[in-house]
Ligand binder design. Structure first.
Ligand SMILES: C[S@@+](CC[C@H](N)C(=O)[O-])C[C@H]1O[C@@H](n2cnc3c(N)ncnc32)[C@H](O)[C@@H]1O
Length: 296
């Protein structure tokens, strides 16, 4: 059965890009792409018709406009129309290009022919309807932090990936040499996407294990403590997860947390401190940041 999709087109001030991106993700959009259009920025986002009606989309448009007013920026122009499955995949895919991240990785859309030679590690990806194309600052911050963390003796590292989405951080860790990853996501579509991206990158199933669930699911998948934890979810959710992280960690476990806006640094830092974690480094990209943490 084919799905009909809403295509939302949002023409906005470029500085609203990140806020809109997260609003759309929170709303449940699957697949988003953005491009510069003169002085403005055009975001396209897609979601199955069956999940939303006109009223939902009108409410979303109102929220986006309110965000702009609060930020003292011009209101975005929001339009939507229906497209069929074929147009959805070709439209979205044509807007997503290979992207170099850090010094070693190249994110490579699954539908492009693989180059015969690449200086970089090719991370092939078809996120389907899951979050994680590598285009978002928070994913990039996590991949760059992983590159640093896995610089020495990566082959000993077993990593927990909480909120794995498309599986991008698990696959990135394994390409950088990690021993094994265990990913969880509350969204079953993310589990499906992670598994097909694992296969796309020729990674053995036992090296990259994925299940539907959250942090409490991880000990059932791997009963030992993890060497590293990556988690790129919204700050409000991370605050709920931090008190549970010690249960899956050992004294020298490291963590990489993102999905955090700069103004949310303090509550995250306080929660980490209260739960026995120290901040080793804090990296920023635009208004997003990424905590590199270790046990106290
Ligand atoms: C921002 S995406 C990150 C995807 C990918 N790891 C990346 O870095 O691009 C966050 C993911 O976390 C999942 N998620 C949200 N709340 C969660 C929770 N409490 N436990 C596990 N996963 C969760 C969402 O379904 C989504 O796939």
């Amino acid at each position: 059965m084919t799905t009909t999709w809403w295509e939302l087109q949002i023409l906005c001030d470029p500085s609203l890009e990140e806020t809109i991106f997260w609003r759309l993700d929170d709303f449940g959009c699957r697949g988003m792409a953005g491009e510069q259009k003169g002085q403005s920025y055009l975001i396209r986002a897609y979601s199955p018709q069956a999940e939303f009606d006109h009223l939902d989309l009108a409410a979303l448009a109102l929220l986006l406009k309110q965000d702009a007013v609060l930020a003292h920026l011009p209101k975005p122009v929001v339009k939507w129309h229906l497209i069929d499955e074929e147009d959805w995949s070709s439209s979205w895919k044509s807007h997503w290009q290979p992207e170099e991240i850090g010094d070693r990785l190249l994110i490579y859309p699954a539908w492009l022919e693989v180059p015969t030679h690449s200086e970089r590690l090719l991370l092939r990806l078809d996120p389907g309807s899951a979050f994680g194309t590598g285009a978002h600052q928070t994913t990039q911050l996590c991949l760059e932090a992983l590159e640093m963390r896995l610089g020495q003796q990566p082959e000993t590292q077993v990593i927990a990936d909480i909120g794995c989405g498309s599986g991008i951080l698990s696959i990135g860790s394994l390409l950088l040499g990690a021993k094994q990853t265990f990913g969880v996501d509350t969204d079953i579509l993310a589990v499906t996407a992670s598994n097909s991206n694992r296969a796309l990158n020729n990674i053995e199933p036992e090296r990259m294990v994925v299940a539907q669930g959250s942090i409490d699911t991880l000990p059932k998948m791997y009963p030992e403590p993890f060497d590293g934890i990556v988690c790129n979810i919204l700050a409000e959710i991370i605050i709920e997860l931090i008190p549970k992280m010690s249960a899956i960690a050992k004294p020298d476990t490291w963590g990489i947390l993102s999905g955090i806006l700069i103004e949310q640094i303090q509550p995250i830092a306080d929660t980490l401190e209260q739960n026995g974690w120290a901040i080793a480094a804090l990296w920023k990209k635009d208004e997003w940041c990424c905590f590199n943490i270790r046990r106290n």
